[in-house]
Design a binder for this molecule. Structure first.
Ligand code: AMP
Length: 341
């Protein structure tokens, strides 16, 4: 059976979570291709995860590789960098088999649609303030587009908001209730082949400088210039977390409901890896402030598997490998069309 896999290659952009995607694909018997920006190929050479490296000047050039990738029987695995650099609007243009539901990305990337989806799935969401005048509690102000959490700021009221927004002229933003609690990013994998939504792991993010501010005393914080001390949420790494076991039933239920609702908005629904980005409050409420409908970098600490995948698989099972396993099983069961677009 494994021999069938060698007719296929797993390809991904050399960024984000490509190391575990390619390693996982190799472990499942696939040939692997890393599409790297010139000068960024070193990790994929050094860690020996790529059978082939295709160099491009910019990530968007992947759109020019259609013929070459199809000749190699490649299956593309998307991740956040792929979506960001290629652009949702271009996804349909590249006619190369793709693991994941492209239609769902339109719901995930549009905050209004995302809110409808998650609310219907029974998730508790932070309140969104459509106009600054409506701010009645501490809020986090988030900007759209590349740059992640760069420049996000907290405001305690409308006056504070007006002062701080002056530093970001012309930027599009959303004002969200700030949820005080601990962050918990829940990683899932929904298998169309088994119909099950598996918990793959949890992480918390390491964000600069919000995770650095606590290292200096309040007295020292007071004398620093505001631009140095205002929290920013630029992600620089991920830290593994194991959630309190009594929370697990709720996390499992949340994942299942999100998948169930996704089938009402897109025929195939959400499948493969996804992440619910949550905050847990002292009252033990779980707020979901975002969904990622694809592999998240928070799964990267678990290249050798997480405690949860160890319980289930008793062999190293990263999210990258889990995707390759699903594709392998789909090939064996002649159900490839169910997992590819
Ligand atoms: P996001 O771009 O939505 O993933 O948010 C980036 C970071 O901002 C998160 O990792 C959290 O640390 C923080 N954050 C986002 N939304 C909220 C919220 N509603 N309440 C508290 N913290 C938040």
């Amino acid at each position: 059976m494994v021999a069938q896999n060698i007719h296929y290659s797993i390809a991904t952009l050399g960024s984000h979570s490509a190391l575990q995607i390619l390693k996982g694909a190799k472990d499942e018997g696939f040939r692997t291709i890393a599409i790297c920006r010139r000068g960024k190929e070193k990790p994929y050479q050094q860690f020996k995860v790529a059978d082939e490296i295709i160099l491009v000047d910019e990530y968007k050039d992947v759109l020019k590789l259609e013929k070459e990738l199809n000749k190699k029987n490649a299956i593309l695995i998307p991740h956040a960098s792929y979506i960001q650099y290629v652009g949702i609007e271009n996804l349909e243009k590249l006619k190369v088999p793709y693991f994941g539901c492209k239609g769902i990305l339109l719901w995930e990337s549009d905050r209004n649609k995302e809110k409808i989806w998650l609310t219907r799935a029974g998730c508790k969401l932070p309140k969104v303030f459509p106009r600054p005048e409506l701010i009645d509690r501490p809020v986090i102000v988030k900007f759209h587009g590349a740059g992640g959490g760069k420049g996000y700021f907290l405001a305690k009221n409308i006056q504070d908001f007006k002062e701080k927004i002056k530093l970001h002229p012309g930027k599009q933003y959303v004002i969200q209730e700030y949820i005080l609690g601990v962050h918990m990013y829940a990683h899932y994998f929904n298998s169309p082949l088994t119909g099950e939504t598996e918990i793959m792991g949890f992480d918390k993010r390491y964000e600069s400088n919000v995770d650095g501010i606590g290292r200096i005393s309040a007295r020292d914080q007071m004398v620093l210039p505001p631009e140095k001390i205002d929290p920013s949420y630029v992600i620089v790494g991920n830290i593994p977390v194991v959630v309190r076991e009594s929370f697990l039933p709720r996390f499992i239920e949340m994942g299942e409901q999100v998948v169930k609702e996704s089938r009402k908005i897109q025929k195939k629904g959400l499948y493969g890896p996804f992440c619910l980005e949550c905050v847990i409050t002292p009252e033990e409420e779980i707020y979901v402030f975002e969904i990622s409908a694809r592999i998240v970098a928070g799964t990267n600490p678990y290249i050798n598997g997480s405690p949860y995948t160890w319980l289930r698989y008793q062999e190293p099972m990263s999210t990258g490998r889990r995707m390759a396993r699903e594709i392998k099983l789909a090939i064996q069961q002649k159900r490839l069309q169910e997992v590819l677009e």
